[in-house]
Design a binder for this molecule. Structure first.
Ligand SMILES: Nc1ncnc2c1ncn2[C@@H]1O[C@H](COP(=O)(O)OP(=O)(O)OP(=O)(O)O)[C@@H](O)[C@H]1O
Ligand SMILES: O=c1ccn([C@@H]2O[C@H](COP(=O)(O)O)[C@@H](O)[C@H]2O)c(=O)[nH]1
Ligand SMILES: [Mg+2]
Length: 236
């Protein structure tokens, strides 16, 4: 039984939890129970775009622009998690600790929130900003939400520029400090990048140069969406 679900083990502080850990057993139960939020099919067939890139590479900024220019719903995984903290949800404290450490929230939690947001989104063209964060997230999403992304955008930005942008963001985020940024950059290299590599090998990744002004970057992004517009109109 455990071997079948080994990829669901949460990554917290870089450690894989053991199969006997109560948190892991709860995770398996949620994903395999009809009542759980993890294993119900989506109520619609959306056009899914994963938007990936390092911390501060401009994912959120560009998603806002794509959403308003091309009618996408913008679902930020980080924002969904932060809303759980501010609404004092059951997992709020756990999420806050993980984000403060720059690590990755267990898939069970994030996927449940994303699924709910997809089902209640105003558009069936969806941008999922900042997810999947690791191969375990990706595999769990594909297996339990039962969809693969139609498109993956990867914003390429030098580390120095990402750090500069985050340190001048000024939105009071608990992870916008140098100590957490260093941890997030390590997680980005070690855990986020394998997801980009996986989708690259499937020919789904469009890399965008994320240097320059936000408008210059959006000019590059716009070209991509204009080139796939006929596909978007046909299907959605
Ligand atoms: N091209 C740009 N040039 C300068 N600043 C930018 C640019 N794009 C975004 N910013 C600013 O940099 C900060 C980080 O951008 P944004 O929040 O969009 O990045 P992100 O990839 O979503 O980051 P995170 O992963 O931390 O959520 C914000 O304050 C934003 O206004
Ligand atoms: O799928 C996800 C998305 C985010 N997190 C955690 O949240 C912070 C902030 O995310 P942003 O996308 O940069 O807003 C991220 O560093 C992770 O700690 C997550 O665990 N899983
Ligand atoms: Mg963001």
């Amino acid at each position: 039984m455990w071997r079948r679900f080994a990829y669901l083990s949460p990554v917290i502080s870089g450690k894989q939890l053991q199969s006997s850990d109560p948190a892991v057993l709860k995770l398996i139960t949620t994903f395999t129970s009809d009542a759980g939020s993890g294993d119900a099919p989506l109520t619609k067939k959306p056009f899914i775009t994963f938007v990936l890139g390092g911390p501060g590479s401009g994912k959120g900024t560009q998603c806002e622009k794509i959403a308003s220019a091309f009618g996408f719903a913008h679902l930020s995984a980080g924002e969904l998690l932060r809303e759980e903290i501010s609404s004092h949800a059951q997992n709020g404290e756990l999420i806050q600790n993980v984000i403060k450490e720059g690590q990755i929230v267990p898939s069970e939690i994030t996927i449940g929130l994303i699924r709910k947001a997809i089902n209640s989104a105003a558009s069936d063209k969806i941008l999922i900003d900042g997810f999947p964060r690791c191969e375990e997230n990706r595999i769990a999403f594909e297996k339990f939400v039962r969809v693969e992304p139609d498109l993956v955008i990867f914003f390429e930005c030098p580390e120095e520029e990402m750090v500069k942008r985050i340190l001048s963001r000024n939105q009071g985020r608990i992870d916008d400090n140098l100590e957490t940024i260093k941890k997030r950059l390590k997680v980005f290299e070690n855990l986020n990048m394998p997801v980009v590599e996986h989708y690259s090998s499937k020919g789904k990744v469009h890399k965008i140069n994320a240097t320059g002004t936000a408008d210059e970057i959006f000019d590059r992004v716009r070209q991509l969406f204009v080139s796939i517009r006929s596909k978007l109109c046909e299907d959605h």
